[in-house]
Design a protein around this ligand. Structure first.
Ligand SMILES: O=C(O)c1ccccc1N[C@@H]1O[C@H](COP(=O)(O)O)[C@@H](O)[C@H]1O
Length: 212
C-alpha cells in the first residue's frame, strides 16, 4: 500500500496548494500559539474552505481545552484531531467521543519503552504518531529532531500508526525502509525557515515518498 503523506504546519494558500498539487493526503493546521506555524481562526477558516474536497484537514493541538478545540473544529472544518501534548488515554477517548472525529495521538519517542506506550491508547485513539522527543523547553514537535528509526523496525501496533520527526526529502526513503511506516508526517523538513513552507520542498518530499 502507498505510504500516506501529511504536510504539517500549513499557514497559507500557497503551501496548501503545493500540498494538494503534490497529492499529499493530509494538511496539518497548528492550533498552538507558541508555534511559528500557528494559525488564527480567520486563517484556519480560509485554509479549511480551500482544502475542502482536495485534502484532509488535520488540526494539531497541545493540551488544548474543549472550547479551543470546538472553535478550531468549526472554523477549520477539521477532519482529524491530532493531540501532541500530554493528553491521557481518558482525555483522548473523551475528545474522540465529544467531536466524533478520528483522533491521532502523538507520542514522544527517545527509547524502546516509549513505543510501548502506544498500547495504552488502543481503545482511545484511532492512530498513533511516533515523533521524536524534543529538547526540554522547546516545542513538543516541529523541531526537525529525529529518533532512532530502528526502534520501529518490524513494529506491529495495536492501532494504525505513522512516523514524524526530522524527516525530509533526503532521508524519507531511509525512514520508510527502516520502519515500514504507513504514513510519514513532515513539517520543518519542507520549510525554508521556521513557519515558512517551501512549495518546491513539498513537491520533492512527496516525490521522494512515492519513489521509496
Ligand atoms: O509543527 C509545529 O510547530 C508543532 C508544534 C507543536 C507540536 C507539534 C508540532 N509539529 C508536529 O511535529 C512533527 C515533527 O516536526 P518536524 O518534521 O520534525 O519539523 C510534525 O510533523 C508535526 O506533526
Amino acid at each position: 500500500m502507498a505510504t500516506r503523506i501529511k504536510i504539517c504546519g500549513i499557514r497559507d494558500a500557497r503551501a496548501l496548494d503545493a500540498a494538494i498539487e503534490a497529492r499529499a493526503d493530509f494538511a496539518g493546521f497548528v492550533f498552538y500559539p507558541p508555534s511559528p506555524r500557528a494559525v488564527s481562526a480567520r486563517e484556519a477558516a480560509e485554509l479549511g474552505a480551500r482544502a475542502d474536497g482536495h485534502i484532509k484537514r488535520v488540526g494539531l493541538f497541545v493540551n488544548a481545552t474543549d472550547g479551543e478545540m470546538a472553535e478550531a473544529v468549526e472554523v477549520g472544518k477539521l477532519d482529524v484531531l491530532q493531540l501532541h501534548g500530554q493528553e491521557t488515554p481518558n482525555r483522548t477517548a473523551a475528545l474522540r467521543s465529544r467531536f466524533g472525529l478520528p483522533v491521532w495521538k502523538a507520542l514522544s519517542i527517545a527509547s524502546a519503552a516509549d513505543i510501548t506506550r502506544a498500547s495504552e491508547y488502543r481503545d482511545a485513539a484511532d492512530f498513533i504518531l511516533f515523533d521524536a522527543k524534543t529538547p526540554k523547553g522547546t516545542l513538543p514537535g516541529g523541531m526537525g529532531v529525529r529518533f532512532d528509526w530502528n526502534l520501529l523496525a518490524g513494529y506491529r501496533g495495536p492501532v494504525e500508526w505513522g512516523l514524524a520527526g526530522g524527516i525530509d526529502a533526503a532521508n524519507v526513503a531511509e525512514a520508510i525502509a527502516s520502519t515500514g511506516a504507513p504514513l510519514v508526517d513532515v513539517s520543518s523538513g519542507v520549510e525554508s525557515e521556521p513557519g515558512v513552507k517551501d512549495a518546491g520542498k513539498i513537491a520533492a518530499f512527496c516525490r521522494a515518498v512515492r519513489a521509496a
